[in-house]
Design a protein around this ligand. Structure first.
Ligand code: NAP
Ligand code: ZN
Ligand code: ZN
Length: 352
C-alpha cells in the first residue's frame, strides 16, 4: 500500500480539504500513475455536493487524469514505467456482459460492476474508489489510456471526460460532413463538442446564454453562435438541425431546442442536472418524428479512438490551470459559467 495526498469533501456542505488515501500495491495487470494533471468536471461538483443523492463520503472527485506511469504489474503489456497514461470516468466493469463485450463498458449490465473512478465500490480495498484529485492512482491497464505525445499534456486531461462524452454521441448519431449540428452550452463539455463537431466537418451552431462567449465560440470552431435567450435568433433556426448535443448542467426548457430539429432529428442530452427538466412537448416530437436521447461518456476503445483523433487533429481543451487549494473557488466560478473552458489542477501543487 502507498499513501497518496488527496482532496476530499467530507459532506455535501463541507468544502474540499486535504485528505490522505491508500493506493493498493500494483497487481499483475495494474499500472500506477503519478498524476500530473486532473481536469475539473461539473460532475465532480454534482457529486461532492450530493446533487445526485448517491455520494459516499468522504469523496475524492476527479476523472480527467493524466500522468506518468511509475510502476507496472508483471502481466502489463501496454505500458512501461515513464510513459504517459490517462484515466477517465471508469476503472473497471464486469467485462463479460453484452455491453462490455461490445466495448460499451459504461453501460455494463453486471450487478455493481460499472466501477467509476470515484464513489464506486472498490473490489480491491472493500471501500469506495477515490478519484484523481490525488497525487497517484492504481488502475488496471485495461482501463488505462495511451496519451498522444504531440499534445500539451495538461490540456489533454479534459479529453478523458469532456472529450469522450461529446465525441461518443457525435459518432453514435453519425454526424457527417455538411450536417447542421447544434451544441448547447459553452462549458467544459460544450467547448469540446464544438471543436470535435467542427473537426468532423459539421456546420456547427453554438447555443449559449452568455453574449460574452460569442467570439470564443467562433474561435473554437462554431460557424454560428446563437444567444439562446433571444426568441428571434432561435426562431430563425426552426426545423433545421440534424443533431443537437445538449451539455447544459441545469434544468431548462428543452422544447426551445427540440423545435429547431428537422424531421427525424435528434437532441441528445449529456448534461445531468440536479433537478429534472420540465417535460418536453409530446406534440413537438410526434409531428416531426423527432427523438430526445441521452448518452453516457464512452467505452474504453472509443476513448482511445477519441484521443488518437484529437492527436491527429491537434485538438485539446482550452484550460485554466489552478492549484489544488483553489478548487473550492473554481467550483463557485463553474456555477457562474465563468470557466474558459476547463479548470485543470496542477497536481504538483498537492505533492509534498
Ligand atoms: P460546465 O463547464 O459548468 O458547463 C455547463 C454549461 O451549461 C455552462 O457553461 C453554461 O453555458 C450552461 N448552463 C449552465 N447553467 C445553465 C442554465 N441554468 N440554463 C442554461 N444553460 C446553463 O459543465 P460541464 O463540466 O461541461 O458538464 C455539463 C453537464 O454534463 C453536467 O451536468 C455534468 O454532470 C454532465 N456530464 C455528463 C456526462 C455524461 O456522461 N453524460 C459526462 C460528463 C459531464 P453558457 O454559459 O454557454 O450558456
Ligand atoms: Zn466528467
Ligand atoms: Zn459488463
Amino acid at each position: 500500500m502507498m499513501k497518496a495526498h488527496a482532496y476530499a469533501a467530507q459532506s455535501a456542505e463541507s468544502p474540499l480539504a486535504p485528505f490522505s488515501v491508500e493506493r493498493r500495491d500494483v497487481k499483475e495487470h495494474d499500472v500506477r500513475i503519478d498524476i500530473l494533471y486532473c481536469g475539473v468536471c461539473h460532475s465532480d461538483l454534482h457529486m461532492a455536493r450530493n446533487e445526485w443523492g448517491a455520494t459516499n463520503y468522504p469523496v475524492v472527485p476527479g476523472h480527467e487524469i493524466v500522468g506518468r506511469v511509475s510502476a507496472v504489474g508483471s502481466e502489463v503489456t501496454k505500458f512501461k514505467v515513464g510513459q504517459l497514461a490517462g484515466v477517465g470516468c471508469m476503472v473497471d466493469s464486469c467485462r463479460t456482459c453484452a455491453a462490455c463485450k461490445e466495448g460499451l463498458e459504461q453501460y455494463c449490465e453486471g450487478p455493481d460492476s460499472f466501477i467509476q473512478t470515484y464513489n464506486s465500490p472498490d473490489k480491491h480495498s472493500g471501500g469506495v474508489t477515490f478519484g484523481g484529485y490525488s497525487t497517484s492512482v492504481v488502475v488496471d491497464e485495461a482501463f488505462t489510456l495511451s496519451i498522444p505525445e504531440n499534445l500539451e499534456l495538461a490540456a489533454v486531461a479534459p479529453l478523458l471526460c469532456a472529450g469522450i462524452t461529446t465525441y461518443s454521441p457525435l459518432k453514435h448519431w453519425n454526424v457527417q460532413r455538411g450536417q447542421k449540428v447544434g451544441i448547447v452550452g459553452l462549458g467544459g463539455l460544450g467547448h469540446m463538442g464544438v471543436k470535435i463537431a467542427a473537426a468532423l466537418g459539421a456546420h456547427v451552431v453554438l447555443f449559449t446564454r452568455s453574449p460574452g462567449k460569442i467570439e470564443d465560440g467562433k474561435r473554437l470552431g462554431a460557424h454560428e453562435v446563437v444567444i439562446s435567450k433571444d426568441p428571434d435568433q432561435m426562431a430563425a433556426h426552426a426545423n433545421s438541425f440534424d443533431f443537437i448535443l445538449n451539455t447544459v448542467a441545469a434544468s431548462h426548457d428543452l422544447d426551445q431546442f427540440i423545435a429547431l430539429l428537422k424531421r427525424d432529428g435528434t437532441m441528445t442530452l449529456v448534461g445531468a442536472p440536479e433537478h429534472p427538466h420540465p417535460s418536453p412537448s409530446v406534440m413537438s416530437m410526434i409531428f416531426k418524428r423527432r427523438s430526445l436521447a441521452g448518452s453516457l461518456i464512452g467505452g474504453i476503445a472509443e476513448t482511445q479512438e477519441m484521443l488518437d483523433f484529437c492527436g491527429k487533429h491537434g485538438i485539446t481543451s482550452d484550460i485554466e490551470m489552478i492549484r489544488m487549494d483553489q478548487i473550492n473557488e473554481a467550483y463557485e466560478r463553474m456555477l457562474k459559467s465563468d470557466v474558459k473552458y476547463r479548470f485543470v489542477i496542477d497536481m504538483a501543487s498537492l505533492a509534498g
